[in-house]
Design a protein around this ligand. Structure first.
Ligand SMILES: *[C@@H]1O[C@H](CO)[C@@H](O)[C@H](O)[C@H]1NC(C)=O
Ligand SMILES: *[C@@H]1O[C@H](CO)[C@@H](O)[C@H](O)[C@H]1NC(C)=O
Ligand SMILES: *[C@@H]1O[C@H](CO)[C@@H](O)[C@H](O)[C@H]1NC(C)=O
Length: 288
């Protein structure tokens, strides 16, 4: 699951948390704190902050109409510009370059990931489905109906966990081809692939595993190719719901193949399920 270190730190209590924080330099921390201050207009450029997480949800929360309402309100506001994001990336690089080390993955790495992912996250959560709702809400409702937890982890059973899990849904594990390869999931994944291609990350997205946006792109593309036989990117043509030709390809353990590592271990960065719990910590670390 994503943010494993943070969760472990929470389990260990405040000492572990403060020692994790201590690794971030004062200059970087000061910059991030200013960036995340509610009075900073840029703070709202981070999608999950703008949506009102973590205050929006609680453990075992399946109230998707509430999330749909927050999404509708959010999508009616103007998006932040590419220039605004570019400015943040530049300033993060200027203030935090020395802090981009494996030990800081759970806090700084998570924060930087959230910044880089926010533009496609916005496009993804605002994508309308054919059912007069949004694709992400459809996908979440379907997961809840089949009692599939984000990352197969009961601790991520809240709206934050589900929303992160489906933007994009990366792992075909714990489901079948029909459920994984929906038109909505394909379209959401395609938003991310196009973004990775057009706007490569200006920093490593996971210090610990040295993951670049190119690696995320490869893994996500591979997952949809192998599970759904669909090509994401420039040649993308979504397959309709229910047209998965090879259900047996879904959920195969694929950890042996680097490319196939996609949803299984390499590309995992959801903070699902800890939204409410880490509220206080997140404030300090500027995570959301
Ligand atoms: C679609 O959603 C809009 C806004 O929520 C609503 O006004 C409209 O009646 C809905 N249409 C259908 C066919 O459900
Ligand atoms: C896939 O899973 C869904 C939801 O659990 C189920 O309704 C459907 O019958 C399954 N399809 C196949 C082909 O097994
Ligand atoms: C389902 O996919 C197959 C192979 O990709 C294609 O030949 C077929 O026309 C598709 N069916 C529908 C209903 O789209």
């Amino acid at each position: 699951m994503k943010f494993t270190t943070t969760v472990a730190a929470l389990a260990l209590g405040a000492t572990a948390i403060s020692s994790a924080q201590a690794a971030i330099s004062a200059g970087c921390q000061t910059y991030l704190t200013a960036l995340s201050a509610p009075t900073n207009p840029l703070a709202k450029c981070r999608v999950y902050t703008a949506l009102g997480f973590p205050g929006l949800t609680h453990a075992n929360d399946h109230e998707t109409p509430k999330l749909q309402k927050a999404i509708t309100d959010y999508c009616a506001t103007p998006a932040c510009s590419p220039e605004q994001y570019a400015g943040v990336y530049k300033d993060i690089n200027a203030n935090c370059a020395a802090d981009m080390v494996a030990a800081n993955q759970a806090d700084l790495g998570a924060t930087m990931y959230m910044w880089y992912m926010s533009p496609p996250q916005r496009d993804a959560i605002c994508l309308q489905s054919s059912k007069n709702t949004t694709c992400v809400i459809d996908s979440i409702n379907e997961m809840i109906a089949r009692t599939q937890f984000p990352d197969n982890n009961k601790n991520q059973d809240d709206l934050y966990g589900y929303l992160q899990y489906v933007t994009p849904m990366m792992s075909a594990k714990d489901t079948n081809a029909t459920s994984f390869c929906t038109s909505c999931n394909q379209q959401v994944a395609n938003i991310f692939v196009n973004y990775y291609t057009k706007s490569p990350s200006p920093y490593v997205l996971n210090f610990d595993q040295k993951l670049t946006s190119d690696k995320y792109n490869t893994d996500l593309s591979f997952q949809y190719k192998s599970s759904c036989q669909v090509t994401l990117g420039a040649d993308f043509k979504p397959k309709p719901d229910g047209n998965s030709t090879d259900p047996s390809s879904v959920g195969k353990p694929n950890g042996k193949d680097d490319k196939g590592n996609a949803g299984q271990s390499a590309v995992v960065l959801s903070m699902g399920g800890v939204a409410a719990t880490v509220a206080a910590v997140a404030g300090a670390l500027a995570m959301f």
